[in-house]
Design a protein around this ligand. Sequence first.
Ligand SMILES: *[C@@H]1O[C@H](CO)[C@@H](O)[C@H](O)[C@H]1NC(C)=O
Ligand SMILES: *[C@@H]1O[C@H](CO)[C@@H](O)[C@H](O)[C@H]1NC(C)=O
Ligand SMILES: *[C@@H]1O[C@H](CO)[C@@H](O)[C@H](O)[C@H]1NC(C)=O
Ligand SMILES: *[C@@H]1O[C@H](CO)[C@@H](O)[C@H](O)[C@H]1NC(C)=O
Ligand SMILES: *[C@@H]1O[C@H](CO)[C@@H](O)[C@H](O)[C@H]1NC(C)=O
Length: 437
Amino acid sequence: MIFFTVMIVLVSGKYLFPEQIRLAWTENEGEMRASWVTYLPTYTRIAYRPILCSDIPQPSAWLYVEGDRKAFNEGQTVEVIQYIHTGVITGLRTECYYEYQVGDGLFWSETYLFSGRTPDYSPPYDYSKVELVVLGDWGTGPNGQYTRHLISQHGKIRNFDAVLHIGDFAYDLHDENGAVGDEWLRIVEPISANYAYMTLPGNHEGHNNFTHYKERFTMPYNEANNGTSLFYSFDMGPAHFIMMDTEVYFDNSDASNLTQLNWLLQDLDQANHNRNTRPWLIVLSHHPLYCSVNWRIPLLKGNGDCGEDALMLQQKLEEVFYQNGVDLYVQAHVHNYERDGAIYKNQTVNSEFDGTNIHVGPKAPIYITNGNAGNYEGHNDPTSPTPQDWAQYWSNDYGYGRLTVFNNTHLYYEQYSAIEVDQIDYVWIVKTQNRYN
Ligand SMILES: *[C@@H]1O[C@H](CO)[C@@H](O)[C@H](O)[C@H]1NC(C)=O
Ligand SMILES: *[C@@H]1O[C@H](CO)[C@@H](O)[C@H](O)[C@H]1NC(C)=O
Ligand SMILES: *[C@@H]1O[C@H](CO)[C@@H](O)[C@H](O)[C@H]1NC(C)=O
Ligand SMILES: *[C@@H]1O[C@H](CO)[C@@H](O)[C@H](O)[C@H]1NC(C)=O
Ligand SMILES: *[C@@H]1O[C@H](CO)[C@@H](O)[C@H](O)[C@H]1NC(C)=O
């Protein structure tokens, strides 16, 4: 029997052991979804237990949940079946941490850890500080390793709540019959298995109607997204966060632009009704509305991202953001970091007070580009030699951002350079009003 088990482990262990483990919040509070991959159709089980809660005697017994498994043919030219497992742990408590393993009951992963704090939708509300890692355009190559190393180190201190990855994964999830996507998901596992890893799609996910994105990630459900994970929102602390899909505006055959727009307008309307209790309204997506890499400069002529594409998105979305009093729009796609001031109709809008690293009472949305986690193309979108006059700070360093919503009045955004291994920029946004008109 021992011999038999050893043989199974040796022969098929690599197909049975869970890999590519990632966590995500769901549409309900107090829940964490764990997803992982095996290459044989094994059972789907999660073992977990609360730790560090003062009123639960330690160590507490392991608890088990069962989940679901689906077969996904990730191959583009040949059939490559992987089994994507997902299970949801419910009844989490904000003040606890949870350790967990995933597996089939025999072949378990290592033990990972996550915080029991999730978005919340029913009283008593938790309005305490929220701190999120924000990044975009992250691939498997050496460029992305700097950022991974830095976030893994920071992640050990557990001083952030979740990661928001705003489009462009792996370069690309479907490449080499899915092997590139698999490799990237293994690379980020130290982060994605320990923190809710929340995603939205970028242009690199477009292949075959976003199949790899939609199959590999499971984000909060709403009636409009119908389980596609393309757009959703959540409430956390003093803020409402909207994760939306700008790719719909780049494919003229895609009528889902209207599905999302209707949802967005309704979501913003509801967020504005809750504005007394959650005053911050933050939108994130892949494509920029404002950035400075200038497509008119011959050197960068091929780059329409901050030119015609940005102008098109301004037409579609700027008025929606402005009329609804969106405080901050975080974008990626362009491979650099650029922090802009408050902008409306391509003009800087003065706040009640503007300093080098502070805006008190902005009168229009603020835009930040953060698309330099490290893609395989390297520094192909260097910052413009002639940034627009609303640009406040820019850098080509690989790295990531951190968004901290302290309370009803103070929001802090900072950028970390994986090259400097340090913070390179920050800004305070101090709120004195919720709407601009
Ligand atoms: C692409 O996927 C979306 C959402 O899953 C769906 O609404 C749309 O009909 C699909 N488009 C095509 C061309 O299949
Ligand atoms: C919603 O998703 C389900 C399951 O994928 C699908 O069968 C159904 O057609 C979708 N509904 C709409 C309105 O797209
Ligand atoms: C949405 O897509 C349709 C094509 O399906 C296009 O005719 C329409 O102009 C788009 N609407 C917006 C608001 O982008
Ligand atoms: C936007 O304003 C900048 C000045 O900051 C100017 O250089 C640029 O041409 C303007 N873009 C458009 C499309 O008007
Ligand atoms: C909000 O947070 C900022 C930054 O920590 C702090 O300076 C300010 O006093 C806080 N305001 C309130 C009302 O707690």
